[in-house]
Design a protein around this ligand. Structure first.
Ligand code: FES
Length: 129
């Protein structure tokens, strides 16, 4: 069902866990299956994503998608990361069974929510000055 590549990513999820000092955090839930991804971004003053971690309660595909997203965005600017789509995530994973494609969609959703959270925090910081 899953390729060896997906199984390896799943088994070696080096990006799993929380992230101290994260300044972009979001949680997304797929209501059809109940899988949950929480994503933590650490973004520096230049708007570059220095680190990314995830906590996922879900299937192999959602865990692999979460981990791959973290790898894809590290070193990118927030603006570049914003452009990442489900298709990009699927390309990075290699292939997913058709019924698991929504797992990559959930990873895209949580990425965009975490970036939104980062922008909201920035806005609030400016207001507090
Ligand atoms: S089965 Fe729904 S996100 Fe994986």
């Amino acid at each position: 069902m899953y390729t060896q590549k997906i199984i390896n990513i799943f088994k070696n999820s080096k990006n799993a866990g929380g992230l101290h000092g994260a300044n972009g955090v979001a949680k997304a839930t797929d209501n059809s299956c109940g899988d949950i991804i929480k994503l933590y971004l650490k973004i520096n003053d230049e708007g570059i994503i220095e680190d990314a971690k995830f906590k996922t309660f879900g299937c192999t595909a959602s865990i692999a998608s979460s981990s791959v997203v973290c790898d894809m965005i590290k070193g990118l600017s927030v603006d570049e990361a914003k452009d990442i789509t489900t298709t990009d995530i699927l390309d990075e994973l290699g292939s997913l069974p058709a019924e698991k494609i929504h797992c990559a969609g959930l990873a895209e959703e949580v990425l965009h929510l975490a970036i939104e959270d980062y922008y909201k925090r920035l806005e609030k910081e400016k207001m507090d000055l």
